[in-house]
Design a protein around this ligand. Structure first.
Ligand SMILES: [Zn+2]
Length: 201
């Protein structure tokens, strides 16, 4: 399983050694367990290579333990692009920009952009439900989320409200990183995106 962590590798290392990172399954502390393979992470025209840390939980998975990849909150599971780039494409689509125009403007292949937008549309209801729950957990007094013009826009609206609540509460982090964190990186995954309580600070 993937655990979304801070993009600052030094902080992740310190948290890991201090036992501050919890197993997503059993909540026991995670311990260092090597690294995952290198992978690209594209932002604008730049491409970074990141090498996520791996961790092991001895609380579940029997005597051999169970490993979890610690993915930075600048990314989403199985996507090569920075979460900020992906979110900007989704916002542009909701704002009426065509797929082709988004792809051109962001310098991405049109099939890549189509993949993001289709996955978001497919998960829209689950995203709306999950981020609505997050919004009320982070800010019990937050304004009700109003229905928008489509399921796609409803999901984006719920993300916006939840992220605003998270920024107000925790500050000091790019808004898009909360999209990764609150979805546990699974925003565009073909799985049931369920609300799951995770440590945000
Ligand atoms: Zn565990």
């Amino acid at each position: 399983m993937t655990v979304i962590v801070d993009a600052d590798q030094d902080k992740v290392e310190a948290d890991l050694l201090a036992g501050l990172l919890a197993c997503p399954d059993c909540k026991e502390r995670l311990s260092p367990w090597g690294h995952a393979r290198h992978r690209p992470l594209r932002r604008g025209s730049e491409e970074d290579r990141i090498r996520p840390r791996r961790s092991i939980c001895t609380g579940c998975g029997g005597a051999r333990g169970k490993t979890h990849v610690l993915l930075p909150d600048s990314s989403l599971v199985r996507r090569r692009d920075h979460v900020e780039v992906i979110v900007s494409a989704i916002q542009a689509k909701a704002g009426g920009e065509s797929r082709a125009s988004i792809a051109r403007r962001l310098g991405r292949h049109k099939d890549t952009v189509r993949g993001w937008l289709r996955a978001f549309a497919r998960n829209a209801e689950a995203i709306r439900a999950s981020f609505t729950r997050w919004a009320s957990v982070l800010d019990p007094l937050c304004r009700p989320i109003e229905p928008a013009s489509s399921a796609f826009s409803d999901a984006l609206e719920a993300i916006g409200v939840a992220v605003r609540a998270a920024v107000l509460r925790y500050g000091r982090r790019p808004a898009s990183s909360f999209v990764s964190k609150l979805s546990q990186g699974a925003l565009l995954c073909n799985t049931n995106l369920l609300y799951r309580a995770v440590r945000l600070a």
